[in-house]
Design a protein around this ligand. Structure first.
Ligand code: DAH
Length: 340
């Protein structure tokens, strides 16, 4: 019986099918109901107990070798046409890999960058893991400002100086520290806040910061730039409205509303009947910030603005839940394939 097993093992090793049909024939000849391996299994039942151990092991090796060979040969043959071997049908259509679509956040970010590029802005980026100086201190945050609180900021390890940036305003500090005016940059990026996740807020989101520094930059320049942006983003009929506000890094500061693009300003559920939607914060860069970044505040002035990309995308596409942007459900993502 041992010699028979060894003979069959050799057969398995040497087996080289010429066609797919050979594989099935080989399988039946060895492993089929009346196959040679099957017959040996039957015979095994009658061998003397002291031989069972050795023979059993050998038989098992033979059986799995035969199975493996059959499977390996099958996959080799089925792969042949696809992998460039023999082609059985030249007219058969190829298999197309589905093409993905851009994420709506990328689409809106790219559009914001493109709009400001037309006004001469270039893109600047900065690190997501930042230090206190670039996120808070240089931006004129008083030492006890609530935004530095543990509740809003994710700290990296136990060092309170190293944190995940809570806004992209940190990039304007980095730009002002390394470039001389005139400066015109648009800074997209991901930001992090220790906030509860809901349909309206998330602990990770995206912002775009804008910064323009030169001699004689005025609040009128800021208003006109933002109006241009709003019209390009939401349509030429868009109007803007500025409300006084407070940010440590700008003085004066304002909050910008755009006329609701869903109801045309008449008032609807999305704008809560007001006809206006808040889209960004802005203001004239505080002289303290210019000085902290090494820019002469007696010579230069400038404006800055910051907006959330998710917010703009939600308003533009009528998305009611911010979490959809992070779930990556293809049924959601597919809808934005060709919108911009
Ligand atoms: N950094 C602010 C935030 O995260 C947004 C902002 C407001 C940026 C006013 C600015 C600005 O540059 O001038 O909420």
């Amino acid at each position: 019986m041992i010699t028979k097993i060894e003979e069959l093992l050799k057969k398995v090793e040497d087996f080289k099918p010429q066609a797919q049909a050979d594989i099935e024939e080989f399988r039946i000849r060895l492993l089929g109901k009346k196959g040679e391996v099957t017959a040996l299994m039957e015979e095994f039942r009658t061998v003397a107990p002291e031989l069972k151990r050795e023979l059993g092991q050998k038989l098992n090796i033979l059986k799995s070798a035969a199975l493996e060979k059959v499977n390996a040969m099958k996959s080799e043959f089925s792969g042949r046409t696809a992998s460039g071997g023999k082609i059985d049908d030249m007219t058969r259509p190829g298999t197309n890999d589905p093409i993905g679509s851009r994420h709506p956040i990328s689409l809106v970010r790219n559009q914001i960058v493109a709009i400001f590029a037309r006004l001469g802005y270039t893109v600047a980026e900065g690190p997501e893991i930042e230090d206190d100086w670039h996120v808070f201190s240089a931006l004129n945050f008083p030492p006890d400002h609530p935004a530095r609180d543990m509740q809003d900021t994710f700290f990296v390890e136990k060092n309170p100086d190293i944190l995940l940036r809570t806004h992209t305003s940190s990039i304007q500090v980095r730009v002002m520290e390394t470039q001389k005016p005139p400066i015109r940059v648009i800074c997209p990026g991901r930001v992090f806040r220790n906030e509860a996740i809901s349909s309206r807020s998330h602990c990770i989101f995206h912002q775009v910061e804008g910064l323009y520094i030169d001699e004689n930059v005025s609040f009128a320049d800021l208003k006109q730039s933002i109006l241009y942006f709003a019209r390009e983003m939401f349509g030429q009929a868009a109007k803007i409205r500025l409300r006084p506000s407070y940010f440590p890094f700008t003085e004066p500061s304002a909050e910008v509303d755009v006329s609701c693009n869903l109801c045309g300003g008449k008032g609807c559920g999305v704008c809560k009947g007001t006809g206006w939607l808040e889209i960004m914060g802005c203001g004239m860069v505080d002289p303290n910030v210019l000085e902290a970044c090494g820019i002469d505040s007696t010579k230069y002035t400038g404006f800055a603005f910051g907006m959330g990309i998710e917010r703009i995308a939600m308003l533009k596409f009528g998305v009611r839940d911010i979490r959809l942007f992070f779930e990556n459900d293809v049924r959601f993502l597919r809808q934005f394939g060709s919108v911009l």
